[in-house]
Design a protein around this ligand. Structure first.
Ligand code: BES
Ligand code: ZN
Length: 625
């Protein structure tokens, strides 16, 4: 007995010391549970290798109910800790014979949720959790029929990244653990269910669908969409899904999908996920795109009719290598996902549409990076301009800035310039091959980079400065765009000399990115009369292109150009993409008059957004429900 006591005491001391050393937050509820990399899970002791989901989708109750069966690799421990948030647990059983077992739920913290601690046997390898989701399951966006195109059927989709999978499935929600998964999903008749897995292409009469994802993925990539959805094939292993009424337009917009996949494979090796499809979701989707494996989720704001925003699809496709195949081990290494992807996206765009277009995209991003970097440094957040982040005790969403994306991409572009494109491509190709279906940290990458590129070619490079220091190092490459310079000249003349606007300045003669460069050249202020004259000729405020509209609205707000209000209100009530909403609401709160207008609009619009966007906009407006 005494021996056992000493053993337990030693174990507790060891556990707590370990947590101290690693600067973990020690969490005390019923037991000591450490949070590491935004997860409570004890993946080093026991980890899920396969997960099976058996759930029913209830649109009336806005609830998923069912069971998740974890097949686990157990090193011989007697408890397993999962992450959960906003879930209601009914019971937990272990083993194939489903013996009911005891469990504890720790205190729920705002972002991380709570640990679900399940008592098991040292030999247990199967854990079944019976549960349902609740109103607090923020991954889920339940849309009433009015919020869809047809206005006839409800719609549901999930958003897992970064740590929202735990809000709809109890899981070990940490990107360093890879799992395969399968699912049986029951939905109301007349609706189709899709997942980030092998998918059906049409509805069946039973309303039940089965899925498998045989390649191991981090659990933030588990995703589902349910609605009145139709499919159209695009190429050999590519296709699109959307509401039936939008299908034709989507097919037109993404007609180059197969070419993108082919170009990407040519660059960095085989596409290892078999099929690549894109689903265009309803307007509330909070992102431009989300790289759910085999099935990218995309915003309908990409459907502009002129194929000018397809770089977002190139981006999500590129994640099939950077992110989905080779994954950031922790959210502090997020740039490994996004920086590589922005770099890769640009290469795909260059292959398909030429260097001129690719460079325009890069210059737009560079401008955004400049703005973000100086804002962060001025706001005392200089540490957030490091590529390697420190997001401990913060929401990993805070890492989704131009730093990970654009500074990351420019780091790689600068490396490419230093070693030459051919060497760099060989390096990247072998990087993806070496680490496929694995996760790595920034430090793992640095070691690989030194060995396989820098030392090999005897090149001195300021890697540490790029990764661990503030701002953007001096040796960054510079990109220019002659077409931008031309349209910027128009903007300059308009600003200085005023109207009339040259007759040959027409919307259809310039791509989206040129219009962004045009608007940005006014540097945040323009005489409202000039804005009106521009709108009379070019109708930017009503252009239907969300990229252009949102930048034009922000300029209009700062310039006191009130004509935008009607279009802006309609926009805010329709579009839920956070990248557009945040700058508009941020500009509006700066003046009392605009702020009360914004609050009124938001009260109605909020319900049309996903919880991811509420989080950001509530904070901007100081909104409390
Ligand atoms: N993976 C991201 C979206 C994301 C990141 C969701 C972090 C949650 C947490 C996706 O690939 C992305 O970057 N989307 C961008 C597209 C753009 C950079 C082309 C977006 O939505 O704007
Ligand atoms: Zn991305």
């Amino acid at each position: 007995m005494f021996r056992l006591f000493i053993f337990i005491l030693t174990l507790l001391i060891v556990i707590s010391c370990k947590s101290e050393v690693k600067k973990n937050r020690v969490f005390s509820s019923s037991e000591l549970i450490a949070v590491k990399n935004h997860s409570y899970s004890n993946v080093n002791e026991i980890n899920t290798t396969h997960l099976h989901l058996d759930i029913a989708v209830d649109f009336d109750k806005k609830e998923l109910t069912g069971v998740v069966r974890h097949t686990m690799n157990n090193t011989g421990v007697n408890r397993v800790i999962f992450d959960m948030y906003g879930l209601s647990i009914e019971k937990v059983t272990i083993g194939e014979d489903e013996t009911e077992t005891t469990y504890t739920i720790g205190e729920e913290l705002p972002t991380l949720g709570a640990p679900l601690i399940v008592d098991i046997e040292p030999t247990t390898t199967v854990v079944n959790i019976y549960y349902s989701t609740t109103d607090a399951s923020s991954a889920l966006d339940w849309l009433a029929p009015e919020l869809t195109m047809s206005k006839e059927h409800p719609f549901l989709y999930t958003q897992g990244q970064a740590i929202l999978t735990r809000t709809w499935i109890p899981v070990q929600d940490i990107p360093s653990n890879r799992i395969t998964y399968s699912a049986d999903v029951k939905v109301p008749l007349g609706l189709l269910a899709l997942m980030s897995a092998k998918n059906p292409t049409e509805k069946n009469d039973a309303g039940s669908y089965s899925f498998t994802m045989d390649q191991p993925i981090p659990c933030y990539l588990i995703a589902m969409a349910v609605g009145d959805i139709a499919y159209q094939k695009i190429g050999e292993n590519t296709g699109i899904y959307s509401e039936p009424a939008l299908l034709e337009e989507v097919a037109y917009e993404f007609t180059d999908l197969q070419k993108m996949v082919d170009a990407a494979e040519e660059l960095y090796g085989d596409y290892l996920w078999e099929t690549y499809d894109v689903i265009v979701l309803p307007y509330s989707f909070p992102f431009g795109g989300m790289e759910n494996p085999r099935l990218t989720f995309a915003t309908p704001t990409l459907i502009t009719g002129d194929r000018s925003l397809v770089s977002v699809i190139a981006h999500e496709l590129a994640h099939s290598w950077s992110g989905n195949l080779v994954t950031n081990a922790t959210w502090n290494d997020f740039w490994l996902n996004e920086g590589f992807t922005v770099y890769f996206e640009n290469r795909i765009m260059e292959e398909l549409y030429g260097k001129e277009v690719a460079d325009m995209l890069a210059v737009i991003e560079w401008q955004e990076l400049q703005a973000t970097t100086s804002e962060m440094i001025n706001n005392g957040q200089a540490h957030d301009t490091h590529l390697k982040l420190d997001l401990d005790d913060r929401n990993p969403d805070d890492g989704m800035t131009d730093i990970a994306y654009v500074k990351g991409a420019f780091f790689l572009k600068t490396l490419e310039a230093a070693v030459g494109r051919e060497n760099f491509d060989t390096f990247l190709k072998s990087y993806f091959d070496t680490y496929k279906f694995q996760t790595l940290t920034t430090e793992d990458f640095i070691t690989y980079l030194d060995k396989n590129l820098l030392n090999k070619f005897n090149i001195e490079f300021n890697t540490a400065e790029w990764i661990y220091e503030e701002g953007v190092p001096e040796n960054h490459i510079s990109i220019s765009s002659p077409r931008f310079e031309a349209i910027q000249l128009h903007a300059k003349q308009l600003k200085e000399n005023g109207t009339p606007i040259p007759n040959d300045l027409k919307r259809e003669n310039h791509i989206t990115q040129e219009w962004l460069a045009f608007i940005r050249n006014f540097e945040g202020q323009l005489d409202p009369k000039k804005m009106r004259a521009i709108d009379d000729q070019l109708n930017l405020k009503g252009s239907g292109n969300a990229e252009i509209m949102s930048e034009w609205f922000v300029l209009g707000i700062h310039s006191g150009y009130l004509d935008i209000r009607e279009d802006m209100e309609a926009f805010l009530k329709k579009v839920g993409r956070r990248k557009f909403l945040a700058p508009i609401y941020s500009a509006l709160v700066k003046m009392e008059d605009n702020k009360s207008w914004a609050l009124n609009v938001y009260k109605e619009a909020r319900n049309n957004y996903h919880a991811v966007s509420w989080g950001t906009i509530d904070e901007i407006l100081g909104y409390q429900q």
